[in-house]
Design a protein around this ligand. Sequence first.
Ligand SMILES: Cc1cc2nc3c(=O)[nH]c(=O)nc-3n(C[C@H](O)[C@H](O)[C@H](O)COP(=O)(O)O)c2cc1C
Length: 221
Amino acid sequence: MTIAADRATTPLDVPSAILKRRSIKSFKPDPIAPELLRQLVELTVAAPSSFNTQSWRITLVQDEAQKQALCAASWNQPQITQAPVTFVFAADPHAPEGDLTPIIEQGLASGAWNEGTANYFRTAIPGFQQQLGDKRREYGIKDAMIAATHTALAAESLGLSTCYMNGWLEDQVKAVIGAPDEWAIALLLPVGYAAEPRLNPGRLPFSANVFVNRVGNSYDH
Ligand SMILES: Cc1cc2nc3c(=O)[nH]c(=O)nc-3n(C[C@H](O)[C@H](O)[C@H](O)COP(=O)(O)O)c2cc1C
């Protein structure tokens, strides 16, 4: 993949993108060049997923009427109408619906998996998913959130800004994008060019939430 950063001469390295990223609440109306958006989608689906099942379902909301409806489903948070695109990250808890063939064939064709691995996955994936029961939704959401994190950091690296958003009504978001009932909505992520600088609101000291070996043993470095 060729890197086509827009307005950023050189893509930021990962540590710089992590540190520079802020949740942006106000976007310029400037569109994202189609090749840049495509690159962002490619970097998004480069994310890992459980057994490589790729159960995320990603909808790019760009149409003005769709953006208005999505904004209404999100407590009228204006980022969604302002940003040129909002990625809606959903998970299909039933994926891959019993047909593992495309995933297994890709693994074999790439040389990443041999027949032994493929055979193991043919049994292990359905077995693992079956024992998950109600947790399949939660597992799908994990994959979708990891993909969303790839999007946010890749966007930052390529000169764009984002806002992770959990403030929305799931049924309404599903209705807007036409998602089946059984899907889970994981996150909304408006992407565009920031219309404001934002300060880092800060992070708690490690003593609040980072431990060594057992909870309560502080990490004092
Ligand atoms: C899962 C998640 C959900 C969030 N939901 C919203 C949201 O609905 N609206 C919003 O304006 N910000 C939302 N935020 C942004 C947080 O408020 C923000 O990440 C936090 O204040 C830290 O700021 P920073 O992202 O600039 O570091 C969300 C962040 C995360 C990770």
